[in-house]
Write a protein that binds this ligand. Structure first.
Ligand code: ATP
Ligand code: MG
Length: 254
């Protein structure tokens, strides 16, 4: 008997929470990761818990950017592994992106739990644990500055789902194009990334996989035009307007 009945009005959100709580119990997710989810959920409420038009545009630009990349890398952490391990592996295969484990609250046991889960879900090589190929990214204080020479360090495009602002800024300063999923259009990550998908990663990731598949049939000129036409600042503003309009509708008394 499932703990959360499908008929519960917040069933979807509760199921996502359950995935994170299980991830925490299995050593994948840090305590702080649970809080990060809560911050995201609040913004999901304000977005009406659906993928908006602006998010769909960002997804299209992200897919084009990933397909154009020379060395695309997806940075994985505990939350993303607990929420959508299958999809993250699928996205890496679809876009030929490498996977690299990179944690804010680093810990060998957690690193291994993440790798084990991703491998169970079909991942090949996962970078980020070999001391011999590790190097430092300047501009970050936390353990996350340690990156793989053949992964994030060499990458031109890095996907950082559910990221902290400091790291996004450091990656940008290092000249990387940064793609992120972040429900909060106001966060430093959202504001500093090159392409911000303002949506719940559990909804947006399948759309990104589909879009990457669709766009893989297009030539590079078309992909480049999609990227050139995308303006992250404008897109973030559209997301904020979406929240404002949603709140205005909800604020109507009659
Ligand atoms: P920043 O450091 O970028 O200013 P922050 O300090 O406010 O952000 P963090 O805890 O560092 O927040 O990062 C977690 C981010 O992940 C939050 O902005 C939150 O909105 C986002 N987030 C959490 N869960 C999800 C999810 N399921 N889908 C998309 N975004 C999420
Ligand atoms: Mg932060």
């Amino acid at each position: 008997m499932p703990l959360i009945p499908k008929s519960h009005p917040r069933a979807k959100s509760l199921l996502i929470r359950e995935k994170l709580v299980n991830g925490f119990d299995n050593g994948l997710v840090a305590k702080e990761g649970l809080l990060a989810q809560g911050r995201g959920e609040a913004f999901d409420y304000l977005l009406g818990e659906k993928t908006g038009k602006a998010a769909k545009q960002a997804i299209q630009a992200a897919a084009a950017q990933l397909l154009l990349a020379k060395i695309p890398v997806i940075s994985v952490n505990g939350n993303i592994t607990a929420l959508c391990p299958k999809q993250i592996v699928k996205l890496s295969k679809q876009t030929k992106a490498k996977l690299e484990v990179n944690l804010f609250y680093t810990n060998k046991k957690r690193q291994q739990a993440i790798i084990k889960t991703l491998k169970k879900n079909g991942a090949g090589e996962i970078l980020g644990t070999r001391l011999a190929s590790s190097t430092k990214l300047s501009g970050i204080d936390s353990a996350r500055r340690i990156v793989d020479k053949n992964g994030i360090f060499a990458a031109d495009v890095v996907v950082v789902p559910l990221e902290d602002g400091d790291r996004t800024i450091a990656l940008r300063k290092a000249g990387k194009t940064v793609i992120t999923f972040d429900l909060n259009p106001l966060s430093r990550t959202s504001q500093t990334a090159s392409i911000t998908i303002v949506d719940n990663v559990t909804r947006a990731i399948d759309l990104l996989i589909d879009e990457s598949k669709k766009l893989s049939k297009k030539n590079r000129r078309i992909l480049q035009k999609i990227v050139n036409d995308f303006d992250n600042k404008k897109n973030l503003a559209e997301n904020i307007i979406q929240i404002k309009n949603y709140l205005t509708r909800r604020a109507r008394v009659a």
